[in-house]
Ligand binder design. Structure first.
Ligand code: ZN
Length: 375
């Protein structure tokens, strides 16, 4: 099958010409174009997404989960980590069991759950329900890991037992990300030394960077072994903060959406972890104004990074190669012959035209009005 594109981003380099796919794998690039449009890029990987298209991953049933996985593919996502905010352990266990409905389901592929909490700091709870936060508890952590496919845990390493919990989870192959945390730089370094590998939504919901107290963000930005996750929705970070962070992290800079169920829908009233949220045209907030996730889509985050001045290849990498490397998924985030065809096709405005997961088309945009149809 030919993709009918004008070019492809092949290992970060633009290669003119069409792309062919056979048996779920990229067969060839640089083929004589067939006159259609768009550029094929590695499909996007969102490691932090709480919900999408009216579906909240923590509370959804199997059919809703599968519907959201298909809907996410329309934003170029080929793989994602359904993310649960802090909730009572029985709710987490139940959701970890239900999420198995995504195994082998059509649409974007689930990479296992990102547990954001409950072992996070009450000082930086953000929109998490304070009554659901817990001190690090190795037994509960093991139980949750046994209850379902836990792939990533966000925790606050400065809590009593926090560093031991980092070690325990990293030892089980769980990706540990630090966030919702009051850690100073020394504690953050200690946690990274013990196996933590990322920072969750940098500059949001953790100890602020001060001249002589750089905290978690400072430690994360100067370490070549740490992936820096950021929400580029134009609300969570000022443009300067976002771009300075990208410049500091470069190939470690990782776009996430932190989207909630309202993403892909309109303004209104929604829920996250059982709490009521108000969504306007740009943000989701608790009644007191606290930001509560986002309504961002990952393709919009890529466009925002390009608009800020990043080269297309780097903006795409921030949403594909970098998260794939964090999760040690060699089958994702790379477009080249011989690799699984996990691909997004973007038009000249970087909007998603098609999405393929292992060579299967899971999304195709209708030709927008006013444009000549593909020839
Ligand atoms: Zn958060």
């Amino acid at each position: 099958m030919r993709l009918g594109v004008q070019a492809a981003l092949v290992e970060g380099r633009r290669v003119d010409g069409d792309v062919s796919v056979a048996d779920g794998v990229i067969a060839a690039v640089g083929l004589r174009p067939t006159g259609r449009r768009g550029i094929a890029v590695p499909g996007f990987v969102d490691v932090h997404v709480n919900g999408f298209g009216g579906v909240d991953f923590l509370t959804a049933g199997p059919d809703e989960l599968r519907r959201a996985a298909v809907a996410l593919a329309a934003t170029g996502v080929v793989a994602f980590q359904p993310t649960f905010v802090s909730a009572p352990p029985p709710d987490l266990r139940a959701a970890l069991d239900t999420i198995r409905a995504l195994e082998g389901a059509p649409g974007a592929q689930s990479l296992g759950v990102h547990l954001e909490g409950p072992f996070i700091s009450p000082r930086w709870a953000g929109a998490h329900d304070p009554s659901s936060l817990l001190a690090p508890d190795p037994r509960l952590a093991r139980e949750l890991c046994d209850a379902g496919p836990v792939a990533t845990v966000t925790l606050a390493p400065e809590l009593p037992g926090g560093l031991e919990l980092v070690e325990l989870l990293a030892g089980r192959g769980v990706t540990v990300s630090l966030g919702h945390s009051d850690a100073d730089a020394a504690t953050a370094h200690a946690a990274f030394d013990r196996g933590a590998r990322a920072i969750t939504h940098i500059h949001n919901a953790h100890r602020r960077w001060a001249p002589r107290d750089p905290g978690l963000a400072g430690a994360a930005l100067v370490r070549s072994d740490v992936t820096v996750q950021a929400i580029l929705d134009g609300v969570h970070l000022a443009p300067e903060t976002a771009f300075a962070t990208y410049l500091a992290a470069r190939e470690r800079f990782c776009l996430v959406t932190d989207a909630i169920e309202a993403a892909g829908l309109g303004p209104g009233e929604y829920r996250l972890g059982g709490r009521r949220l108000l969504v306007d045209g740009t943000s989701a907030r608790l009644a007191d104004g606290t930001l509560a996730g986002s309504i961002l889509t990952i393709d919009a985050a890529v466009r925002r990074l390009v608009d800020a001045g990043a080269p297309l290849a780097e903006a795409v990498r921030a949403a594909s190669g970098t998260p794939a490397r964090l999760l040690r998924r060699a089958d994702l985030g790379v477009l080249r012959p011989g690799m699984p065809a996990n691909v997004a096709v973007l038009d000249e405005d970087l909007r998603v035209l098609r999405t393929l997961v292992r060579g299967v088309e899971v999304h195709a945009a209708a030709d927008p009005p006013g444009r000549p149809p593909a020839r």
